[in-house]
Write a protein that binds this ligand. Structure first.
Ligand code: AMP
Length: 140
């Protein structure tokens, strides 16, 4: 297992920092967020120290994702949530504070006041096609 000595989530996995664990498998760990956006706000992480999503080997991500539906179901059911958001931040600009891949599971209920600015834009003529071509090229 790869770990980083200065990573708070690696220290949680190793038990050096306490956390309220809710799931512990060979490759995955989940615990309650210390500063919850809602009651039951949980974090699902790989035990391996990997900083961001695109660095994860596909098999490792698949293993982690295998745990997500049952974890989301348990969090939602235990908190009697009406729904939930799964949030995954990569990079400071995207709000990532802890450089160890993690998926937030945030229980939601109507009127909870949580939200985000979703400033939907409009592409100028031809821009979407340019980006489509660039992204397709980058995939190869
Ligand atoms: P992000 O902004 O996506 O990097 O989210 C990091 C999350 O980790 C935040 O929601 C923090 O509240 C949470 N967090 C940081 N340190 C701890 C900790 N020791 N135990 C539990 N959650 C933590």
């Amino acid at each position: 297992m790869t770990t980083s000595s200065d990573c708070v989530f690696c220290k949680i996995v190793s038990g050096d920092i306490p956390a309220l664990a809710i799931l512990d498998t060979e490759h995955a760990y989940a615990f309650l967020d210390i500063a919850p956006l809602a009651e039951g706000h949980a974090l699902l992480i790989p035990k391996d120290h990997i900083e961001s999503l695109e660095q994860m080997p596909p098999e490792g991500l698949a293993r982690l994702m295998r745990e997500l539906p049952r974890l989301a179901r348990a969090v939602a059911s235990a908190t009697a949530a009406e729904g939930y958001n799964v949030l995954q931040n990569n990079g400071r600009v995207a709000g990532q504070v802890v450089n160890h891949v993690h998926f937030h599971i945030i229980p939601r209920r109507s009127g909870d006041g949580l939200g985000y600015r979703w400033n939907a834009g409009v592409y100028p003529e031809g821009r979407a096609e340019t980006l489509q071509a660039r992204i397709r090229e980058a995939l190869h």
